[in-house]
Write a protein that binds this ligand. Structure first.
Ligand code: GTP
Ligand code: MG
Ligand code: ZN
Length: 308
């Protein structure tokens, strides 16, 4: 009996990196279930497993999964009650954004951060392609870095193309299991190739995810980093899968709004137009950024729609 880490899954087969450094292609035996959640895949990348090697030592059988520290899921399809486990045991997540080619919208950033918070996974932002920015874009980035680092999110500004400012990011990734997300074209695969040239990932390929509402089943892969740790590239997956949230808990995932909400008169204040709300005045006097507040209202409105 050996133990190892699932680094790739192809539906029914799993590549396990044994703690002894060997790689084994495994199938699974038995049933693995998450309590209360129906899933389409029993084992995901990031899972720590026990397995038995077959005689050839190239193949094996997974017999047990160790308890997960966390896992992220998405619906298997829009209307399905089943969930797909994207990855397990994630230490931290990184959202890569660009202010040009493509332009990332602040609300997209906030939705990602909210989901990260809901999963209680530490999240950081990577601003890439700084080599392309004109003064306006550069200043916008500085504004956003100031905003988000003020709330408590680490920010990195890099150019993969010019190999600029990569060192601090390496330090943050070292020894951890990290999820890397971001819109198509921001440079995720390019970054991974820079960090680990032997990966040779395809870049500049349009991924298959763009048709809205259609989930193509691909399986994320964990890429080993030469300085220790793994990065999971999530091609075209818009952040995490959607997590179901209660309307009155959304603001819990905006740390600065949550902090302020302690001063609201009503414990069930949604910070829209309730009397004695402390959040709205804070938006008006600039203590809370209006852009963040708008993201909050938009997410709240989406949830409201589900209840109508
Ligand atoms: N100018 C500039 N271009 C970059 C930089 N980083 C990446 N690119 C280019 O941006 C394009 C898209 O990069 P990819 O690495 O394929 O982007 P991705 O995030 O993996 O995209 P998907 O796989 O579709 O999600 C490529 O043409 C890269 O060469 C950068 O720092 N500066
Ligand atoms: Mg890519
Ligand atoms: Zn309030």
């Amino acid at each position: 009996m050996k133990t190892g880490l699932v680094i790739k899954s192809t539906g029914s087969r799993y590549i396990v990196l044994g703690d002894d450094g060997s790689k084994v292609e495994c199938t699974i035996k038995g049933t693995f279930r998450i309590k209360d959640v129906e899933t389409t895949n029993p084992v995901a990348v990031g899972d720590r497993v026990r397995y038995i090697e077959n005689q050839s030592k190239e193949t094996g059988v997974i017999t047990a999964i160790e308890e997960r520290k966390n896992y992220i899921i998405r619906r298997a399809s829009n209307l399905s009650k089943k969930y797909h486990i994207i990855a397990a045991n994630i230490d931290q997540s990184f959202l890569m954004v660009t202010l040009r080619m493509p332009k990332t919208f602040v609300e997209f950033i906030d939705r990602f951060l909210v989901t990260s918070e809901a999963y209680r996974i530490k999240c950081s932002l990577i601003f890439n392609k700084i080599d392309l920015y004109d003064d306006t874009e550069y200043n916008k980035m500085k504004y956003l870095i100031n905003l988000y680092s003020g709330i408590g999110y680490d920010c990195f500004s890099i150019s993969v193309k010019n190999n600029e400012n990569i060192e601090p990011l390496k330090n943050a990734l070292a020894g951890k299991i990290s999820l890397l997300s971001g819109n198509s074209g921001v440079g995720k695969s390019s970054l991974l190739n820079l960090l680990n040239p032997s990966l040779n990932l395809k870049t500049d390929e349009i991924s298959l995810y763009h048709e809205q509402g259609k989930h193509v089943t691909t399986f994320p892969e964990m890429h080993p980093m030469p300085f220790g740790g793994f990065v999971i590239d999530t091609p075209g997956i818009k952040g995490f899968g959607i997590i179901d949230m209660e309307r009155n808990e959304i603001y819990h995932f905006f740390p600065e709004i949550f902090r302020k909400s302690r001063e609201c008169r009503f414990y069930n204040c949604l910070h829209v137009n309730e009397p004695g709300c402390a959040v709205r005045p804070a938006v008006e006097n600039g203590e809370i950024d209006p852009v963040r507040y708008r993201s909050y209202l938009n997410i709240l409105e989406d949830e409201n729609r589900k209840y109508r």
